[in-house]
Design a protein around this ligand. Structure first.
Ligand SMILES: [Zn+2]
Ligand SMILES: [Zn+2]
Length: 159
């Protein structure tokens, strides 16, 4: 497993790999060090965020959604050219191929597991039972967003 985190001190994105044997996350840029939570990974796989121990995690396909959209749009653009030249079979073949390509990509790219609270990402074989974590849930995401806003207010008042 590999952990991707954003340094709380300087914002640099850092990596910890392999996560299983790592005890510390160290920022390459500013040297910020933070102990990780080994208890976040149990025998049953990933249980919580190794960075902040939040059990609310969500999964997402580890490929830019813009890429999927790009494939569909390019397929559409090419197919309209064939359509213009009255080649319906070629038109539908192009549409079909781009849809297939998108589908194949979607099913072959692995998931990335992301923490609602700190947005740390865990890649690799996280080992948890299928369905343990769900795709992003707006209600849960909103709860953590509100929490971040409150924390920000408190910090500003304290400063
Ligand atoms: Zn840093
Ligand atoms: Zn976290």
């Amino acid at each position: 497993m590999e952990l991707t985190f954003s340094c709380p001190s300087c914002g640099t994105v850092g990596q910890v790999a392999p996560l299983e044997s790592a005890e510390l996350a160290v920022c390459r840029r500013c040297g910020f060090t933070r102990p990780l939570h080994p208890e976040a990974i149990s025998a049953a796989g990933l249980e919580a965020c190794p960075w902040c121990l939040t059990a609310d995690l969500y999964i997402q396909k580890d490929f830019p959604q813009a890429l999927g959209l790009f494939i569909v749009l390019v397929g559409f653009a090419i197919s309209t050219v064939f359509w213009y030249y009255e080649m319906p079979i070629a038109t539908f073949a192009v549409l079909l191929v781009s849809a297939l390509l998108d589908g194949v990509l979607y099913h072959t790219v692995p998931d990335v597991t992301i923490c609602y609270r700190c947005s740390s990402q865990v890649r690799g074989n996280t080992g948890e039972a299928p369905g343990r974590f769900q795709p992003f849930d707006l209600a849960i995401g909103e709860r953590y967003r509100q929490e971040r806003i409150r924390a920000q207010h408190l910090r500003e008042r304290g400063a």
